[in-house]
Design a protein around this ligand. Structure first.
Ligand SMILES: [Mg+2]
Length: 360
């Protein structure tokens, strides 16, 4: 099944201004869509960023990856992933290269599903299952009243878990916010906290311990992703499981976290991780080590992938929902989501809705 043509497009989607302790203010999502054509069929893929780097991702795809894969067999997904990884190795081993590889890899899996007439979860050897979903705000700058209004919105949607950003300059601010959210949601709703890599190891331990009285479900990205030893120490010294994954850009990076017992929850993001192929590897590592799994953003793809995991605790319903730009937005029913039953990923962008945001 020869790859005949690949087309990309670049969009800048405005977001309600938001932010976190690691990435700062965020007001734009970049979306790079990709169509891969082979023997009359089309696979759809995409990559996203939180406002910067998207043009470089698209350029890597158009200038470096497409010439590499044209004419090759689209059904050899693993072989193509290895080829892309290897030929971009000198400038890659993660980062933008992983986002670029991901866009193509998602399209290849989608095409495979379209050809077989099967949804992605079935291609992964899994059965469809319901996964609990949690509401996730990018809410560090939000005043307390707005944070509570957002939390109420999550509760009204029936979500059994809620995540709050931490990492305000004054630790008492974080505590006041978590105390108010915990009071609002009660004891039966899970409360995740996310520091977005804001702290060094000592601060992460100190700040994390101050938050333990609010019974957090997990402690996400307490420090920089490069410092695996720090995550291992935080995991050892705290009762709350450490959650990581969105900033890991290859299976190799996940491997270090698993081998060094540096996390209790692996959060996959098939775009930042380097594709469905790479995220699947991370899920298998989690299974092998008895770790819990969750997702980051990528709601639609992750609903399939988590079906292939032994212990999927939660799917993240992220603040940047692509719902306004999708033909079939994901439904949350009784606080749970299911993967699409359409062939492939089931993720199709509504090009008319996207059209006003297209950039050259
Ligand atoms: Mg996060």
């Amino acid at each position: 099944m020869k790859i005949e043509r690949v087309e990309t497009a670049y969009y800048r989607l405005p977001l309600e201004p938001m932010g976190d302790a690691g990435h700062g203010a965020i007001d734009t999502e970049e979306l790079i869509t990709l169509e891969l054509h082979a023997e009359g069929l089309t696979g759809h893929g995409y990559a996203y960023t939180i406002g910067r780097g998207g043009r470089a991702v698209r350029s890597l795809i158009d200038n470096d990856i497409v010439p590499l894969i044209l004419g090759r067999d689209a059904t050899n997904i693993r072989g193509l992933w290895d080829l892309m990884w290897q030929r971009l190795l000198y400038v890659g081993r993660g980062g933008l290269a992983s986002f670029s590889i991901a866009a193509v890899d998602v399209a290849l899996w989608d095409l495979y599903g379209v050809r077989e007439g099967k949804p992605l979860y079935a291609l992964l050897g899994a059965g469809a299952r319901e996964i609990p979903a949690y509401g996730s705000g990018v809410d560090l700058p939000k005043p307390l009243r707005a944070l509570l209004a957002q939390t109420e919105g999550f509760l009204e949607r029936g979500l059994p878990g809620i995540k709050v950003k931490v990492g305000r300059v004054d630790p008492r601010d974080d505590e006041e916010r978590l105390e108010a959210v915990r009071r609002l949601i009660g004891e039966d709703i899970d409360l995740m906290v996310d520091a977005n890599m804001a702290w060094n190891t000592e601060e992460a331990l100190e700040r994390g311990r101050r938050l333990e009285r609010f019974d957090p479900y997990w402690y996400e990205e307490p420090t920089i992703p490069e410092d695996v030893a720090a995550h291992a120490r935080i995991s050892r010294e705290m009762d709350v499981p450490v959650a990581v994954g969105e900033s890991l850009h290859s299976p190799h990076e996940f491997r270090r976290y698993v081998d060094e017992k540096a996390a209790g929850v692996l959060q996959i993001d098939p775009i930042t991780n380097g594709g469905i192929t790479a995220s699947l590897e991370a899920l298998k590592m989690a299974d092998g080590a008895g770790l819990s799994t969750s997702s980051h953003y990528t709601d639609e793809l992750s609903a399939h992938l988590l079906c292939a995991s032994k212990e999927p605790v939660y799917l993240e319903k992220h603040a940047f929902a692509l719902d306004p730009y999708l033909e079939e937005p994901q439904l949350v029913t009784n606080g749970r989501v299911r993967p699409s039953e359409s062939p492939g990923t089931g993720l199709r962008f509504d090009t008319q809705a996207l059209a006003p945001y297209r950039n050259a």
